[in-house]
Write a protein that binds this ligand. Structure first.
Ligand SMILES: *[C@@H]1O[C@H](CO)[C@@H](O)[C@H](O)[C@H]1NC(C)=O
Length: 265
């Protein structure tokens, strides 16, 4: 314990509450600086990462470690020049399986503090692009079978919360959940039967939509150092974090092309 504490003070600083928040300035590939807020809650064993892009899109990644699930929620502002007047932004929620090496634990995250909060950070590793084809629509009022947090986070995305069948099956199996019960919260959108939204001219027609986002900086792993503890025994201890960048592409059903206006390239 002592070694661990001493060490955290070298690269990071220890924060003594179960709830921690980190605000980092991150430079994206376009050269703009984004402010990212990352908070961990060790009571619920979850992490929330949030940032707003220059165009006003608000992206939230929520990891529920207990349920093996991560949620990407996106508030997309309407583009006024399209002539569609809407007061509320469009909301999308993408639910995928959380893989062990995708983020550090909520516990490690809650202990993370930076020495220089005004520094502009760039990640050490680029993990590239992941493609997710989400063929299921989640019925939010039954979504607690997947994660107790899902409804709270996605309640503004009643008709636009999507999940991936292969992921759901893996999670259900790993957590020993009743597959049949879980499947009652999910509807197949028969994604493969739809045309890409960019090739659809009728704005009212359903189509196959694609949404792309990048998370420019996140703690993706721990670094270990060797040292001696108070009794002189050689031990490995956590002495820092490894940082990564990742991009994600989500393919999903749009009930009308007007809900996928960004996919026009
Ligand atoms: C952390 O999670 C617990 C359990 O879900 C919740 O009661 C608490 O309000 C959360 N803390 C914060 C600061 O959000």
């Amino acid at each position: 314990m002592t070694v661990f504490h001493v060490c955290l003070f070298i690269l990071l600083t220890l924060f003594d509450h179960s709830f921690g928040q980190l605000v980092v300035n991150v430079k994206n590939k376009g050269g703009d600086v984004e402010r990212e807020k990352i908070e961990a809650n060790t009571t619920s064993d979850s992490v929330r990462l949030e940032f707003m892009s220059k165009d006003g899109t608000l992206v939230t990644q929520f990891i529920d470690y207990k349920s093996n699930i991560q949620i990407f929620r996106i508030y997309v502002p309407w583009e006024e020049e399209r002539g569609i007047v809407q007061s509320k932004p469009q909301v999308l929620c993408f639910v995928t399986k959380f893989g062990k090496n995708e983020f550090i634990s909520a516990d490690a995250m809650s202990k993370l503090r930076q020495k220089n909060p005004t520094a502009v950070r760039t990640p050490e590793e680029d993990r590239g692009l992941e493609r997710h084809t989400l063929n299921l629509l989640v019925t939010l009022d039954k979504a607690s079978v997947l994660s107790p947090h899902l409804y709270n986070i996605c309640h503004d995305a009643v008709d636009s919360t999507y999940a991936k069948e292969t992921d759901i099956k893996l999670i259900t199996k790993a957590l020993n959940k009743d597959t049949e019960k879980v499947m009652t919260a999910l509807k197949n959108t028969e994604l493969e039967k739809h045309t890409r939204c960019k090739d659809t001219s009728d704005i009212a027609k359903p189509c196959f939509c694609q949404y792309h986002l990048c998370i420019e900086w996140y703690p993706c792993g721990l670094k270990y150092c060797r040292g001696k503890d108070s009794t002189g025994k050689v031990v490995n201890y956590r002495c820092g974090i490894k940082t990564c960048r990742r991009c994600l592409s989500f393919e999903h059903y749009a009930r009308q092309k007007m809900f996928c206006l960004w996919d026009d390239l």
